[in-house]
Design a protein around this ligand. Structure first.
Ligand SMILES: O=C(O)C1=C[C@@H](OP(=O)(O)O)[C@@H](O)[C@H](O)C1
Ligand SMILES: C=C(OP(=O)(O)O)C(=O)O
Length: 440
């Protein structure tokens, strides 16, 4: 929660005049798009990403890969349907500079790719990216044979001096501050000479569904991966060296970005449908079906998509969100409007996300008259009658959508720098107004 200043104007969050009733098509998943780009860039043949997310985080990923020599062209999918990116792998090379912005996926997934490039790759980004943990990736890559110049920081900015190949092998990391350390090493490992064996040692590993997403996508691209779930040791993942296939991948909608729209149905006692909700997915947003049901809604998955219907009542919840940490800001906003106390646990690592999310949520909800208290690993939220005011967002897209949600039912909420939603959902204000326009 370092950066309060912004020149952008505040956005008057629209208030709902009644229960919302809308169908909202949300763009593709950030996590799937950025994994898809990396795997396609490392493949031995061209591939397609259809319905990719085009947002700050994914455009930074595409630009960084282009800078290392990968072809990424605009086009329509191979069957002529839907817009798509065609990814044409090439010999990865430096010198190049990667702007990671404040994208965890870019700052963690690309250093292993850079270690495979021939030449130096410089990594830099937003001031906040310097504060986000990267030591797990840096230390592991060094242990696996890479040369990295970070001037002793263990963080950005840094230069990876790629030599065109990496030994790979066994490595131990502490990924308790970010699951992305594990995902980063696994994604590039089919291209390491010896593949990789990653052993997590340390505290609880967050965001397990995101690691499963990495494993599923690697396997779909032809990689052999052994995991704790497939009979291996706890906290150990192994990837065998081998060629990756070029895929034709349709990106699922971003279920974490569906959250504010589903929450709108919950807090207004309305109904929102998200088309193309996958029947089976590794996205953490799928957990919203259970969480929002426990908080008073009801969910139905049909041909039309996922429909959440609010009951007009919102209940507090006591829940461990360690697996689905990125859902915390949206759940906290709903909890502030509930009829009983909530305790959100297992998310201490959110202090090192886009901003210190626990501090930011506490300060901003309390700034509207709420009663939120930080705990060692989360938040305790006691609902109070809220009033209007400026909801500061600290360049955090999920703070901005949380503020918009509160503004639906609390008069006079002004969301600072709503444009920060462009990190993963550039059309947010239009989609939000569209959802309300369908009813109001
Ligand atoms: O791998 C991914 O795509 C992500 C993993 C999670 O990171 P952490 O494990 O650092 O929380 C999540 O919060 C982030 O939004 C996306
Ligand atoms: C934590 C998040 O992003 P990042 O990929 O930058 O870690 C997020 O989107 O909630």
């Amino acid at each position: 929660m370092t950066d309060e200043s912004t020149n952008s104007t505040n956005w008057s969050a629209p208030q709902a005049t009644g229960p919302v009733d809308a169908t909202v098509t949300v763009p593709g998943s950030k996590s799937v798009t950025n994994r898809g780009l990396v795997l396609a860039a490392l493949a031995s043949e061209s591939g397609w990403l259809r319905r990719p997310l085009r947002s700050r985080d994914t455009l930074l990923m595409a630009e960084a890969l282009r800078g290392m020599g990968v072809g990424i062209e605009e086009g329509v999918g191979p069957d002529g349907g839907g817009e798509a990116w065609r990814i044409i792998p090439a010999g990865l090379r430096g010198p190049a500079t990667v702007d990671v912005g404040n994208a965890g996926t870019v700052m963690r997934f690309l250093p292993p790719v850079a270690a495979l490039a021939d030449g130096p790759i410089r990594f830099d980004g937003d001031p906040r990216s310097y504060e986000r943990p990267l030591h797990g990736v840096i230390d592991a890559l060094r242990a696996l044979g890479a040369r990295i110049d970070d001037e002793g920081r263990g963080a950005l900015p840094m230069t990876v001096h790629g030599t065109g190949s990496l030994d790979g092998g066994r490595v131990e990391i502490d990924a308790s501050s970010s699951s992305q350390f594990v995902s980063a090493l696994l994604l590039s490992a089919p291209r390491f000479n010896q593949g990789v064996e990653v052993r997590h040692v340390g505290g609880t590993l967050p965001s397990m569904p995101h690691i499963r997403m990495t494993v599923d996508m690697l396997r779909a691209a032809g990689a052999q991966v052994d995991t704790p779930e497939s009979g291996g040791e706890a906290n150990v993942w192994r990837v065998t060296p081998g060629a990756l296939l070029g895929r034709d991948l349709v990106v699922e909608p971003d279920l974490s970005n569906a959250q504010p729209f589903l929450a709108a149905a919950l807090v207004t006692g309305g109904r929102v449908t998200i088309p193309d909700w996958p029947a089976r997915t590794t996205q953490p947003g799928d957990a919203l079906r259970d969480i929002f049901t426990a908080m008073g809604g009801s969910c139905e998955l049909t041909e039309a998509g996922l429909t959440l219907t609010g009951s007009g009542r919102i209940h507090g919840i006591d829940v461990d969100l360690g697996d689905v940490g990125e859902l915390t800001p949206g759940i906290a906003a709903v909890a502030a409007l509930a009829d009983s106390e909530s305790v959100l646990r297992g998310v201490a690592h959110l202090r090192l996300h886009e901003t210190d999310r626990l501090a930011a949520l506490t300060k901003e909800i309390n700034g509207l008259g709420g009663d939120v208290e930080e705990t060692a690993d989360g938040l305790r939220i006691r609902p109070r009658t809220l009033h209007g005011g400026v909801f500061h967002t600290y360049e955090d897209h999920r703070l901005a959508t949380a503020g918009a949600l509160l503004g639906l039912v609390v008069p006079g909420v002004e969301v600072e720098n709503v444009e920060t939603t462009a990190k993963t959902l550039p059309d947010f204000p239009a989609l939000w107004h569209g959802m309300l326009g369908a009813r109001d």
